[in-house]
Design a protein around this ligand. Structure first.
Ligand code: NAD
Ligand code: MG
Length: 394
């Protein structure tokens, strides 16, 4: 029986993963090792009961008694805290979903790879923060990373059976988010509620806002560079409002393979769950005649500066991705809390990168997780200062 763990089980990716595991037979098909969540312990306990998980872990220490109560009599162990999540990833499992949001997903993902697990990677922040280290860890332990981000799953599928050296370019698409047609003045006044309202995809709050600012696409550019190893100049972003074409791979003979499908993450998650096989997945079927036409346009780097910053990070590499992601997380926290305006998020990230590159510490590649964590910490501190500078200059 195949063993599985789901990190970030109670989130959007986690719910979709749970849906596929249950449809696939639940505990009759899968032996569930660990499920993790944060605040929503009622849902975590419900999932743990349904899948008969060995252990359920909440990221929030104070919620341990509540989780214990919710799991009473189920046979599932309860645990809490970041350390417990890291330890849960040390329990061997064949397939592990990395569905935590943010840099908090890195350590559990690394631990799962050290057990030789196949890591289904939704947590793009791990690749952005510590791509080379993650890939080296997988290689050292005979583990595999399968992309779950829809664009990267699409590229991965378009590359099946191809020689990677015959790839000329890769195009990842972006819906453009809710602000695709907004001008700078409108963007400057954009609210959290407006930013969360994604036109095509139903996702967690943080990635939805990142889609509106294109920080999500910025992370995905870096993710493409790190996961597949293409040069920055080979990777392009194309705005495609319908979110039907997820990515395109152009080959040296002029042929282009496009991956298409309904915007439903269960396709990419299911592909990673059953790879290298395919199985029936109940996502909506594409009806191109009904759609009639598909639109494409160039992204606007003026209104979406995150894309320009990502280009710089792709060139610098080293610890620049770690600093970029950490600063972006801080800026996002402040935007959600009401302390930063929408366009100021990019200002904070840019100021953080500028400040840290003056110390010349960004270009150096990290060889240990500790170095990554030190840069993450430093970049968060620098970003908080940049937020204060912004607020004081108003
Ligand atoms: P979400 O906010 O819906 O869920 C996040 C999950 O992580 C929850 O289970 C939450 O409890 C847990 N979590 C949050 N903070 C944590 C912490 N500090 N420590 C431990 N656990 C914590 O997010 P999501 O939309 O499911 O996204 C998850 C990841 O997948 C992100 O990296 C995102 O970029 C990526 N992704 C998501 C989608 C999507 O459709 N939602 C698509 C592509 C990639
Ligand atoms: Mg994506």
């Amino acid at each position: 029986m195949r063993s599985v763990s789901v990190f970030g089980a109670t989130g959007s990716i986690g719910e979709n993963t749970f849906d596929l595991l249950m449809r696939g037979g639940g505990p009759a098909t899968y032996r569930t090792v660990a499920l993790t969540g944060a605040k929503n312990i009622a849902r975590l306990a419900e999932m743990a009961r349904a899948l008969r998980a060995e252990v359920a872990v909440t990221a929030v220490d104070a919620l341990l008694p509540g989780l214990r109560t919710a799991l009473a009599g189920s046979g599932t162990e309860a645990a809490a805290g970041a350390q417990a999540i890291a330890e849960a990833a040390c329990r061997p499992a064949d397939w592990v979903m990395s569905g935590i949001v943010g840099a908090a997903g890195l350590v559990p993902g690394m631990n799962a790879l050290r057990q030789g697990a196949t890591l289904a990677l939704a947590n793009k922040e791990s690749l952005v923060t510590a791509g080379p280290l993650l890939l080296a860890t997988a290689a050292a332990h005979g583990a595999r990373i399968l992309p779950v981000d829809s664009e990267h799953s699409a590229v991965f599928q378009a590359l099946a059976g191809e020689d990677i050296r015959s790839v000329e370019r890769v195009i990842i698409t972006a819906s453009g988010g809710p602000f695709r047609t907004w001008d700078i003045a409108q963007l400057a006044a954009a609210t959290v509620k407006q930013a969360v309202a994604h036109p095509n995809w139903s996702m967690g709050q943080r990635i939805s806002i990142d889609s509106a600012s294109m920080f999500n696409k910025a992370l995905e550019l870096i993710e493409t560079r790190e996961y597949f190893g293409f040069a920055p100049a080979q990777i392009e972003v194309l705005v495609h409002p319908q979110s039907v074409v997820h990515a395109l791979v152009g080959f040296i003979d002029g042929g282009v393979m496009a991956h298409m499908g309904a915007p439903d993450m269960r396709h990419a998650i299911g592909y990673a769950l059953h790879w290298p096989d395919r199985t029936h997945i109940p996502v909506a079927r594409l009806d191109l005649a009904k759609l009639g036409s598909l639109a494409f346009e160039e992204p606007d780097p003026e209104r979406f500066p995150a894309l320009r910053l990502a280009r710089e990070v792709m060139e610098t590499r080293g610890l620049a991705g770690c600093a970029f992601n950490a600063a972006k997380e801080v800026a996002l926290d402040h935007f959600i809390a009401g302390g930063l305006r929408f366009l100021e998020m990019a200002d904070v990230v840019e100021a953080t990168l500028d400040h840290l590159s003056r110390g010349n510490s960004l270009g150096k590649a990290a060889s240990t997780l500790e170095e990554v964590q030190m840069m993450d910490h430093l970049a968060r501190k620098t970003a908080v200062e940049a937020v204060h500078t912004r607020q004081q200059s108003r």
